[in-house]
Design a protein around this ligand. Sequence first.
Ligand code: DGL
Length: 297
Amino acid sequence: MIGVFDSGFGGLTVLSALLRALPDYDYLYLADSARAPYGARSAEVVNEFTLEAVEWLFAQGCPLVVLACNTASARALRNIQQLHLPNRWPDRRVLGVVRPSVEALAGLPVGTVAIPDKTAPADTEGLVAVLGTEATIASDSYGIELRKFAPRIRLVQQACPLWVPLVEAGELDGPGTEYFLRKALEPLLPPHPAPRRVLLGCTHYPLLLPVLRRILPSEIEILDQGALVADRLADWMRRHPDQEARLTRGGTRRFCTTDDPEWFAMRGEKLLGAPLLAEQVRLSDRCGKPASAGTVC
Ligand code: DGL
């Protein structure tokens, strides 16, 4: 199976793009809904939770795990790839959404491999923007990756802490939502220079697309992260046939959540556009708050 991990149901925006582009494979989606949102959590906690999720997906038999969550990709992926995989699971792979998104932000065509410190056939200059959770933006992961192969492209990074709660509350449109979206988008609106492309660097933000499209000038391209991650994953599989050969192709889909499965299924079906059955699983007793706070998870 291909394991797909997100802090909650938002990652289904990425999964549905994967299902469109690569429908034959078996998928196991894991949502850590009981501990979501991750966006305002510390790097240490996001690292710990993400590692637990990856270990769980490996234990279920996933040789490949995709971190659909931007916050997990930004905060935890490097540690997992550099520390944990080589020591404990040298034959498994964990991929995130930051690198493929940065390649698309820089205009790098699918199928081109950007080599750090070498000029890639990407845009050489210009202005682009990424919108994300506080944790994603604070990590500077998008900036770090972009500077590796397109150092002259300028990047505006904007944290939008209120957008995930708006989506979770189902407030996808209306004057209140528009007010908070405009407020966060100010650095991208006149009199500031318009970026060429804007990446919605959070699983939840595609649900705000109609309002975003209304607010942002029409010449700005808004990148759909799910679709670009799916295209670049298909390309990665072509370049790694040994890894691809380990994936089963039965077309099955399994959905697991650490919180109420019925709630997850109800929210998830709307994103997936198809009925789904979810199971509840347990990752650990940690809820991410200091033990001294006396919190019961
Ligand atoms: N999945 C998270 C992301 O893409 C958003 C929700 C959260 O904060 O956990 O960053």
